[in-house]
Design a protein around this ligand. Structure first.
Ligand SMILES: NC(=O)c1ccc[n+]([C@@H]2O[C@H](COP(=O)([O-])OP(=O)(O)OC[C@H]3O[C@@H](n4cnc5c(N)ncnc54)[C@H](OP(=O)(O)O)[C@@H]3O)[C@@H](O)[C@H]2O)c1
Length: 229
């Protein structure tokens, strides 16, 4: 195996992914939009003996993505986890604000695609590399809802993008994992969610690791269950 790159690593599911991945002994590049404010991540990095390295990475900002990729040029990355995401307001299609819709699409759809493109040389340098996107059950047409429609639409769209990427990257032997983390107790999921970050992150890391050609591009949850598009 080789290094991990995890976006949105300063809190929530991302922070826990860093914590558990660091326990494997690999190097973890932990992306944070505002490293100066990432206190919990900085503490984890301090205790990791140099294995957890914080990098500035705003997935909604192309210049930030380019700078991060330049900083890590030549470093093989075996696992890229596109975890960063925003939910926005609970508005329906009739209510939603166009500017907020575009922000959500930029961060949740374009961001993971541009990050994956930017770090493709790093993934190609790591035999058997995996790239994952943390999607959501709300992106499935089986989840019938009218609220949070911009968020739901962004997750449907990123699923389509990563399903396509799976075909594009098959020749490189790179597995593409499209995963719902479950309903998780974070700032986004809220206190009533059914899963702890520990359980969700453990499942996500296990499912990413077992993403071979037969699972690449499929939509699954943190426990490995298939989700319909
Ligand atoms: N929690 C759930 O129940 C649940 C369910 C389904 C899917 N998900 C998905 O799981 C992922 C993680 O969610 P979470 O529950 O951990 O959410 P969270 O607690 O709200 O954390 C979101 C993370 O994304 C980061 N982020 C937001 N915009 C960013 C940007 N432009 N560039 C880089 N980082 C950015 C945040 O950084 P800042 O602190 O800088 O804002 C934070 O680290 C998301 O993709 C979410 O859609 C979560």
């Amino acid at each position: 195996m080789s290094a991990y790159l995890i976006t949105g690593a300063n809190r929530g599911i991302g922070l826990q992914l860093v914590r558990q991945a660091a326990a494997t002994g690999e190097t973890i590049y932990a992306g944070a939009r505002k490293p100066d404010e990432a206190e919990a991540l900085a503490e984890l990095a301090k205790l990791s003996g140099g294995r957890v390295k914080i990098i500035q990475l705003d997935v909604g900002d192309e210049a930030s993505i380019t700078a991060a990729a330049k900083a890590l040029a030549g470093e093989p990355i075996g696992t890229l986890i596109n975890n960063a995401g925003i939910m926005g307001s609970r508005n329906t299609a009739l209510q939603m604000d166009p500017a907020e819709f575009m922000d959500i699409m930029r961060v949740n759809v374009l961001g993971p695609v541009l990050v994956t493109r930017a770090f493709l040389p790093n993934l190609r340098a790591a035999p058997g590399a995996k790239v994952a996107v943390v999607s959501s059950l709300m992106g499935s047409f089986s989840y019938e809802t009218t609220s949070y429609i911009a968020y739901s639409t962004s997750k449907t769209a990123v699923n389509r993008m990563f399903n396509s990427l799976a075909r594009e990257l098959a020749g490189d032997g790179i597995g593409v994992a499209i995963l719902s983390p479950g309903w998780v107790r974070t700032d986004m999921g809220g206190p009533n969610a059914t899963l702890s970050v520990e359980e969700s992150a453990r499942g996500l890391l296990r499912e990413i690791a077992r993403t071979d050609a037969s699972l690449s591009g499929k939509f699954r949850d943190y426990a490995g269950a298939k989700i319909t598009w």
